[in-house]
Write a new protein. Sequence first.
Length: 56
Amino acid sequence: MGKLIDLDSLVLLRERWRREGKKVVFTNGCFDILHRGHVELLKAAKALGDILIVGL
């Protein structure tokens, strides 16, 4: 999706995705200087479910 979403909207989206049977995964971090380790973390997190939410 690649968007910034406010918390209230995210809660509604999460509920919809769960009703649709999608697995929602959350991770967070400080990605001030994005490097290979960050990319690998995000790939691994995405592999755990259908939807990846990243908190910054």
